[in-house]
Design a protein around this ligand. Structure first.
Ligand code: EPZ
Length: 418
C-alpha cells in the first residue's frame, strides 16, 4: 500500500495538461470489441481503470499493444464472451462490455461490476434496455448471463438519465437490425464522445448531448485513430485545488463549456476565471466566500464527481454552505477524514452542512474512493502543516501522474510505500 506525504501551504502556479477523459476512454475501449478492424486510441491516461479494461479486452481475445501513450486494439481474433469476475469487480465500466460483446457474439457472461463504493449502483436500466433490444437475460450466482438470436432496434425510455445505461444501449444498438431511439438519455460530454467514436468506425448515431439519441443499426464497422476528449473532472479537480491553495494556474486542453457549472460556482466563490479556446485560467488571491448551496445533478448540472472536491473547498470559505448529493446514496464517506483536518461539517441524509473555517490543519487521513481521495489530497495541499493521505489505490484508478502534475505546480507532495 502507498501514501502521499504532503507539506501544505504552497500556492500553486503554472500550467497543467489535462489527460483524456477516463469516463470517455473506458466506453470507447469497450466499443473496440464491436469491430474486427484495428482501432488506435490516442493519448490514453495512465490509470488503473484503463489498465484493467485493457486486461479484460485481452481476456476476450483482443490483441492490444501500447505504442507510447497510444493503444492499438485488434479485436479480429476476439472469441470469448465471458468477462472474468476478478477483473469485472475492479471497475464499474466492465458493465459497458455487455453491449458490445452481445452485439459481436450474441452471448455474454459478466459478474456484477465493481467501482467506487458510493452507493447501490444497480444495473437494472442497463439490463432492461438490452432486453428491449431482444436480449434474454438471467442472473445466476452473481453472474449476468445474456443471449439473443438477433438484436432488433427499439424505443427505450430510461427511468433516469444513466450515463452507463445510455452507453451500454448505444454499444448494443449500433449493430442491431433497425433503428433504436433512447429517450431520457444522459447528456454528458462523454456520451457525445462515444457517439463520435462509433460514427468514426462506421456507426450511424445522432442526438448525443440531447435527451434523445437515435441509432441506425449497421452491419459492419471499420477501424480508426481516435483522440478522446479531455477529462473535465481532472480539470475541475486542479481548478478547485488552485482555488483552495491560492495562486494562479492554467488548465490546458479543456473546453469551458464541459465544466461551466463548476466555473459558475468558482466565480461565485470569488475566483477570477478567464477562458481562451481550450485553456481555462484561474486566479485565487484571498480567502474565498462560500456558495450557499450546491446540488449535484446529471449533466449539465453540477457534476457528482466534483462534489467531494467542492465540499472540501466550501470547508475553508468564509460563510456556510449546503451540499446535496442527488445521484449516489453514500458519497460523503470522505467527511470523517476531512473532520480530522478540522472541517466543521455535518452530514444528514443526502446533504452536508458546512461552516467555513480559516484553514485546514495537516492530519493523517485515509482515502476511501476515487473522488473523495482527490478531495483529501487537495485539502492537504491547502492545509497548514504536514499530512499523509493513505491508500492511493482509489486515486490511481482515475488520476494519471497526479503527484507529478501537482509538484509541477509547486505542491510539496511525495509518494511513499507504507
Ligand atoms: C458514470 O457512472 C461515471 N462512471 C461516474 O463516474 C459518474 O459519477 C456517473 O456516471 C454519474 O455521472 C463512468 O462513466 C465509468 P449512472 P454510472 O448510471 O454510469 C442510477 C468517477 O468518479 N442507476 O449515471 O455508474 C444510479 O444508482 C465515476 O469517475 C440506476 O438506478 O452512473 C445513480 O443513482 C464515479 N440503475 C444514477 O442512476 C442503473 O441501471 C446515475 O448513475 C444505472 C444507474
Amino acid at each position: 500500500m502507498e501514501k502521499y506525504i504532503i507539506n501544505g501551504g504552497n500556492r500553486l502556479y503554472g500550467g497543467v495538461n489535462i489527460q483524456t477523459a477516463k469516463n470517455s476512454v473506458l466506453p470507447i475501449l469497450a466499443a473496440s470489441v464491436l469491430t474486427d478492424k484495428k482501432v488506435r486510441i490516442l493519448n490514453i491516461p495512465q490509470i488503473t481503470d484503463v489498465k484493467n479494461m485493457v486486461k479484460i479486452l485481452g481476456c476476450l481475445g483482443c490483441k492490444t499493444a501500447y505504442n507510447g501513450n497510444d493503444i492499438v486494439i485488434d479485436s479480429s481474433s476476439a472469441s470469448c464472451c465471458e468477462i472474468p469476475g476478478t477483473l469485472a469487480h475492479e471497475l464499474r465500466s466492465s458493465i459497458f462490455l455487455l453491449g458490445p460483446v452481445i452485439a459481436r457474439f450474441r452471448r455474454a457472461k459478466i459478474a456484477y461490476p465493481g467501482g467506487c463504493d458510493i452507493g447501490l449502483r444497480p444495473v437494472d436500466l442497463h439490463l432492461n434496455g438490452l432486453k428491449r433490444l431482444g436480449v434474454k437475460i438471467t442472473e445466476q450466482n452473481g453472474y449476468i448471463l445474456c443471449s439473443c438470436e438477433k438484436l432488433a432496434g427499439n424505443e427505450i425510455m430510461l427511468d433516469c438519465p444513466s450515463v452507463g445505461a445510455t452507453e451500454n444501449i448505444m454499444l448494443a444498438a449500433v449493430k442491431a437490425q433497425g433503428t433504436t431511439v433512447i429517450k431520457n438519455a444522459a447528456r454528458e460530454p462523454e456520451i457525445e464522445d462515444l457517439q463520435k467514436f462509433l460514427n468514426c468506425i462506421g456507426g450511424r448515431i445522432s442526438g448525443a448531448g440531447s435527451g434523445t439519441i437515435t441509432v441506425e443499426g449497421v452491419k459492419d464497422l471499420g477501424g480508426c485513430n481516435y483522440l478522446p476528449i479531455a477529462d473535465r473532472i481532472e480539470a475541475g479537480t486542479f481548478l478547485i485545488a488552485a482555488a483552495m491553495c491560492g495562486g494562479e494556474i492554467e488548465a490546458k486542453g479543456i473546453y469551458a463549456e464541459n465544466i461551466s457549472s463548476l466555473l459558475h460556482k468558482l466565480r461565485e466563490n470569488g475566483c477570477k476565471i478567464s477562458v481562451k479556446n481550450d485553456k481555462i485560467n484561474i486566479c485565487s488571491k484571498s480567502r474565498l466566500t462560500s456558495v450557499k448551496s450546491i446540488e449535484t445533478q446529471p449533466y449539465p448540472g453540477f457534476p457528482t464527481d466534483l462534489q467531494a472536491q467542492m465540499t472540501a473547498l466550501c470547508c475553508i470559505c468564509n460563510g456556510n454552505s449546503i451540499i446535496t448529493e442527488n445521484l449516489f446514496e453514500t458519497r460523503f464517506k470522505y467527511v470523517p477524514e476531512l473532520r480530522k483536518m478540522g472541517a466543521d461539517i455535518t452530514v444528514a441524509g443526502r446533504s452536508a452542512f458546512v461552516r467555513g473555517i480559516e484553514k485546514f490543519k495537516g492530519a493523517s487521513v485515509v482515502s476511501c474512493d476515487l473522488r473523495g481521495g482527490a478531495a483529501l489530497v487537495i485539502s492537504a495541499l491547502a492545509a497548514e502543516g504536514k499530512s499523509e493521505v493513505i491508500d492511493l489505490s482509489h486515486i490511481d484508478r482515475g488520476y494519471g501522474q497526479f503527484e507529478y502534475k501537482l509538484r509541477s505546480l509547486g505542491a510539496d507532495i511525495t509518494r511513499a510505500a507504507i
